[in-house]
Design a protein around this ligand. Structure first.
Ligand SMILES: Nc1ncnc2c1ncn2[C@@H]1O[C@H](COP(=O)(O)OP(=O)(O)O)[C@@H](O)[C@H]1O
Ligand SMILES: [Mg+2]
Length: 355
């Protein structure tokens, strides 16, 4: 079951487009992080989903119901979506318990709900305090409890950890995940912090130029990045030119297996550093060792191929027992299938061809 479906949503402030056609579909119970730098439109996207702003174009469905499109607009309070805004959102003149119960009916405010929520976020004894009497982390827990008060199936979190220091952040992160799970909610968390997105989310949606460039599990973002740019964002890369022929691609490092069959023609090829094998006799390419870095559990070897115009190569060697010396000539080969993209994929979408 799809809990949230955002289709081709656009939003501009004046002349400045912020969202240029966002597509995002989230399954019930999923925890999805939307990752993008500051100013990339993350808060705007959450506000449009919550119903605090109306999209200029496209459509949004929450639990199957259209809440925003060209003809329909369901106001925020009737979307039944929990919202945890960016820092500093508590009402300073209300106690912790009053903050948590703010969106509830008078009857629910008197019932056990508020105490249950405070216990859920680990603040059972602090209901009578005021926001200024809490640490930053405790304030964010209160904001989370308030976002969950209406028992929403969908919760939106806007950089809930950005004001906290690193140690506290890690602890609260794990807690938020647990609380959302226990509440049985679907969650969308926006962040500019890549480690946070990768460690927390079932899937990560990467915003680029007002669109979702890729939405995938952390493992797939690393193993199957949609563009060279995304490959560089999620790890170290060797990018080579190649010529694809379906299941194989010819490169300066030999004839390699493609992870996904590629249309014949010029391609860009991704070889992750751990795919490069240094030494042995199976190598097809000779290279000179520029330098090595030993890290115990692994080592990094920088290489300069002797022939062709292949740029310097980066190899990662697991459990290194003996490393080649600087200046040594070695053979290198590639293990495992490689990701390819049509050459020029980063220069934007293909132009329409004249008929
Ligand atoms: N209410 C607004 N009026 C005009 N411009 C806005 C408004 N809200 C956000 N913006 C602009 O839209 C862009 C995206 O903002 P925002 O969604 O807050 O990004 P993020 O949350 O990723 O940092 C920024 O350039 C910001 O200055
Ligand atoms: Mg923001």
């Amino acid at each position: 079951m799809i809990d949230l479906e955002v289709a081709d949503v656009t939003k501009a402030y004046g002349e400045t487009p912020v969202l240029r056609g966002v597509d995002l579909a989230i399954e019930s119970g999923e925890f999805v992080a939307v990752l993008g730098p500051s100013g990339s439109g993350k808060t705007t996207l959450l506000r449009v989903i919550a119903g605090f702003e109306r999209a200029d174009g496209g459509s949004i469905r929450v639990h199957g119901e259209v809440v925003d499109d060209a003809t329909a607009f369901v106001p925020a309070e009737r979307r039944h979506v929990g919202y945890v805004p960016q820092e500093g959102s508590l009402f300073p003149h209300l106690s912790v318990a009053e903050n948590v119960g703010f969106g509830l009916s008078r009857r629910d405010r008197r019932g056990p709900r508020v105490a249950d929520l405070l216990a859920l976020v680990g603040l059972a004894d602090l209901g009578r305090r005021y926001p200024h009497e809490l640490s930053g982390g405790q304030q964010q827990r209160v904001a989370l409890a308030r976002g969950l008060a209406i028992d929403p199936r969908l919760v939106l979190l806007d950089e809930p950890f950005s004001s906290l220091d690193v140690g506290l952040r890690a602890a609260l992160r794990a807690d938020v995940r647990r609380v959302i799970r226990e509440a049985g909610a679907t969650a969308v968390l926006v962040t500019h912090d890549q480690d946070e997105a990768l460690s927390l989310a079932d899937r990560v949606a990467v915003i680029r130029d007002g669109r979702i460039a890729q939405c995938d599990t952390p493992e797939r973002l690393y193993a199957h990045p949609a563009t060279p740019d995304l490959a560089r964002q999620f790890g170290e890369v060797n990018l080579l030119a190649g010529t694809a022929r379906g299941a194989r691609v010819t490169t300066a490092l030999g004839d390699l297996e493609t992870a996904v069959p590629a249309a014949p023609g010029p391609v860009e090829v991704l070889v992750r550093p751990e795919q490069l094998v240094v030494g042995g006799s199976a190598g097809r390419t000779r290279a000179v060792v520029l330098d090595t870095e030993f890290y115990g559990h692994d080592a990094v070897v920088r290489l300069h191929p002797e022939s062709g115009d292949t740029p310097c190569l980066l190899a990662r060697v697991a459990n290194p027992s003996s490393l080649p010396a600087r200046g040594e000539r070695v053979e290198v080969s590639v293990q495992g299938p490689v990701v390819t993209w049509p050459a020029g994929v980063e220069e934007g979408p293909p132009q329409a061809r004249p008929a």
